[in-house]
Design a protein around this ligand. Structure first.
Ligand code: TRP
Length: 442
């Protein structure tokens, strides 16, 4: 067996799920759902997972296995000019990791604080603006680097342990929060339609963007992990399993958080501070709360670090194949570069708060650049090259290798050619409208 291949199907599926399940599910999904009206947002999100997320994921995974190479080489195989699509993805993963790790650092700090003092840091805003965040960002990157140094097998092992653990911890927390007084209001917010004004056109494009982000699409990761996959694995089935797990964890995160938020009459539309500002208030009110807090932050850390490894692995696979350098050097080099790029993001609301471009601080700049510019761009080019300048049938055939028969091949090809690009265009345009609004307001 080749050294860089998954040793089992389970390991592969869990590692891919580990890449997908991350801060996007536990931190971002609940707060955007909170801001966009609960139930309506959930329905639209589920719809997009099926009609947009799944087809794109299948494309990337089969392309990776078809070529057996990193994203840039994979796209080059389609068309000499298409290498740029892979490059945009690798670059996006690199930049995303730089600020992802900053949030990962906050998680570590919260975990440390709960373990040592049974309490959250006193003031989230003050902590996130302090220079101390650089240390936590460093520790988070170090964790990802150490696991990545162990190679594909290390990634597989970490995921096989962390993913089930995450699930169990989540269930424990849910049992606690849904039994709080008035918890049912939170469940109603998620699962019953209500007339709400928070759900608007931007909610739709936020749902679309979240599907890409949560399934880690267009960033080379599914191509990279697919390239380590054996020919007889069933790609449509694996993708469906990953999408189901990813969506289930996002929904479970909502079930863990909203009942508690409603039970204590706190603000669901709180935004990014939801798990750092609001949750600690709740943990401090419930009996034995700090135990649940520790469980919660361990769970979020597992999710974040398995995504961090994946983000790192994208650049590592590119660098090792491109410049033929050893894995160890590549992991350490890329890890260091990402750490350095993340430092200004750590300090964005503190020491560097005076540094703003068009109303965005450095942290926001990085996330807007990747989410609103790099990703849609590489998504559109992906559909163009695969759907129009090549034969998507080749990938449909690749998918039948392990699946005996891929019944939905025709529908899949139609989706990739017509539906996906139009939906991505919607995300792109609304992203630009958002940027325009921010810039003109600055
Ligand atoms: N999907 C991850 C999450 O939900 C974040 C993410 C975005 C990611 N792009 C990625 C992870 C690429 C790994 C690789 O948190």
């Amino acid at each position: 067996m080749k050294n860089n291949q998954w040793s089992s199907r389970l390991g592969f599926v869990l590692a891919t799920a580990g890449a997908a399940i991350g801060l996007g599910n536990l931190w971002k999904f609940p707060y955007i759902m909170g801001r966009n009206g609960g139930f309506s947002f959930l329905i639209v999100y589920l719809l997009f997972i099926v009609i947009l997320g799944l087809p794109v994921m299948m494309l990337e995974m089969s392309l990776g296995r078809y070529s057996g190479k990193n994203p840039v080489e994979s796209y080059k195989k389609i068309n000499k000019k298409a290498g740029i699509v892979g490059f945009l993805g690798v670059f996006a993963a690199f930049v995303i990791l730089s600020y992802y790790s900053v949030i990962g650092g906050w998680i570590l700090k919260y975990l440390f604080s709960y373990v040592t003092t049974a309490n959250a840091p006193a003031d989230f805003a003050a902590f996130s603006a302090s220079n101390e965040t650089v240390l936590w960002h460093f520790l988070f990157m170090a964790s990802a680097v150490i696991i990545c140094l162990m190679g594909v097998k290390g990634i597989e092992k970490a995921s096989k342990f962390m993913m089930p653990a995450l699930f169990i911890l989540m269930i424990i927390i849910i049992v606690r929060t849904v039994t709080l007084p008035n918890a049912v209001e939170g469940l109603k917010f998620m699962f019953l339609p209500s007339d709400n004004s928070s759900f608007t056109f931007t909610s739709i494009s936020e749902a679309l963007g979240q599907v890409f982000y949560s399934l880690s699409l267009c960033m080379g990761i599914t191509i990279t992990y697919g390239s380590y996959l054996k020919k007889d694995e069933n790609i449509p089935k694996s993708c469906a399993q990953v999408a189901v797990m990813d969506t289930a964890i996002a929904v479970l995160a909502g079930i863990a958080i909203f009942p508690a938020v409603f039970s204590f009459g706190l603000d669901v539309e709180q935004g990014p501070g939801l798990i750092f500002g609001i949750l600690p208030k709740i943990f401090s009110e419930i009996g034995g709360g700090f135990i649940f807090a520790i469980a919660f932050f361990i769970l979020v850390f597992f999710a974040a670090v398995t995504s961090g490894i994946a983000l790192l692995e994208v650049s590592v696979s590119f660098v090792t194949q491109k410049w033929k350098i050893g894995r160890k050097k590549a992991v350490l080099g890329v890890g260091l570069a990402v750490f350095l790029l993340g430092v200004p993001s750590c300090l964005a609301t503190g020491a560097l708060s005076g540094f703003n471009i068009a109303g965005y601080n450095f942290f926001d700049l990085m996330s807007v650049f990747t989410d609103n510019i790099l990703l849609p761009l590489s998504g559109l080019l992906m559909c163009w090259f695969v759907g129009w300048r090549w034969e998507p049938k080749i990938l449909a055939n690749e998918m039948t290798l392990g699946a005996k028969k891929f019944k939905l091949a025709k529908i899949w090809i139609f989706t990739i050619k017509y539906i996906t690009p139009v939906l991505i265009l919607v995300v792109t345009v609304s992203g630009f409208v958002n940027i325009y609004n921010t810039v003109t307001a600055a």
